[in-house]
Design a protein around this ligand. Structure first.
Ligand code: 6V0
Length: 319
């Protein structure tokens, strides 16, 4: 009989499985949403919440434990040291954008917090996978790669996964087609210079650019509406956390199930010497590969603009 590979439900505990620990550093709105959604997926044995505000983190763990009605994921308060020994570490600690503030303007505040966290986690287990969520996520990923001492493929950021989700939801409404069946990416910086990779986008195998609905679109207006959506939400409710919670917990699942999903994430791209969002294959070792994507000439220009911006900012924080 043919043996079909069954990667999702492999019993190879060395590489994946539900016996793993996830540490979420930063127990605020984003961290607790990631913890809740990861618990619901039943992919980890234990979730640790680590926060400088111990009382708050304790309250969050008690509240999250009450949500554990259908599965066996434990949740408890942890320390930086314990986070350094977890298989997956998600970093959400730090200041968030104020109305009118760009993500890059957060950097000085969050750089010092990240340094303290990575320092406190040392020695970090050699096979740990670390995902950055704190903004500005691309630059902080580069800094975390440099500080952690781990291979760069094990340290990545949530990048433009959330922006991509915003784009596919927009296109899903436009075409009345499930968002999961739309293959389109927002790439580049998770910030103002991000761009939509229209050239490589498709629905049902048909290039997106061949649809009259897409040809008619004001593409710069769409790009700006996706890039500014976070700020629109912040202006209404102060912060955003459900969208990033869904994206980041799905990445935890990809790592813990070794599922080799393709997601647009902040990864180190040797050719351009910085961290930037590109489609990447995610498995138990973190970033298993990055995939070249055919960009149109204008998209390539936009990509290089993001590269330039991120490289300049990254250089200021070289150790
Ligand atoms: P929040 O609700 O204020 O939570 C932040 C938490 O970090 C608080 O509980 C703090 O006590 C804690 N914290 C601060 N310093 C430390 C430290 N040194 N060690 C441990 N914990 C610490 O913010 P929220 O959860 O809303 O946002 C967190 C971060 O996520 C911000 O930087 C946001 O900009 C960022 N986001 C990133 C997104 C993305 O797509 N990458 C999306 C949304 C938000």
């Amino acid at each position: 009989a043919i043996q079909y590979p069954c990667r999702h439900y492999t019993t190879d505990k060395e590489r994946c499985g539900t016996s793993k620990q996830v540490a979420v550093v930063g127990a605020g709105a984003v961290g607790s949403t990631i913890a809740l959604l990861t618990m619901m997926k039943n992919v980890a044995s234990e979730i640790l919440l680590v926060d400088q505000n111990g009382e708050f983190a304790l309250g969050q763990t008690w509240d999250l434990a009450d949500a554990n009605i259908v599965n066996s994921t434990k949740v408890r308060q942890g320390t930086y040291k314990e986070a350094g020994q977890s298989e997956v570490v998600v970093i959400t600690a730090g200041a968030k954008q104020q109305p009118g503030e760009s993500r890059q303007q957060l950097i000085d505040r969050n750089y010092h917090i990240l340094k303290e966290i990575i320092g406190g986690m040392q020695p970090i287990r050699k096979d740990a996978v670390i995902m950055l969520v704190t903004n500005p996520v691309d630059t902080l990923t580069l800094i975390a790669q440099n500080l952690s001492g781990l291979p760069r493929s094990q340290v990545f950021g949530s990048g433009t996964f959330l922006d991509t989700s915003r784009l596919t939801v927009y296109l899903s409404d436009l075409f009345d087609i499930s968002a999961s069946c739309i293959h389109a990416y927002v790439l580049g910086e998770h910030g103002d210079s991000q761009f939509i990779a229209w050239n490589a986008a498709s629905i049902g195998g048909r290039p997106l650019l061949s649809f009259p609905e897409v040809q008619k679109l004001d593409k710069e207006k769409v790009r700006l509406s996706i890039a500014n959506k976070a700020m629109d939400i912040i202006q209404h409710k102060g912060s955003t956390y459900y969208g990033i919670g869904a994206c980041a917990s799905s990445i935890c699942e990809s790592v813990l199930r070794n599922s080799m999903d393709i997601r647009p994430l902040s990864v180190y791209v040797k050719e351009v010497g910085t961290v930037i969002s590109l489609p990447a294959k995610v498995g138990a070792n973190g970033i298993e590969a990055t995939l070249p994507i055919p960009l149109g000439p204008e998209e390539h220009r936009q990509f290089m603009e993001s590269v330039k911006k991120l490289r300049e900012i990254g250089e200021r924080y070289e150790n």
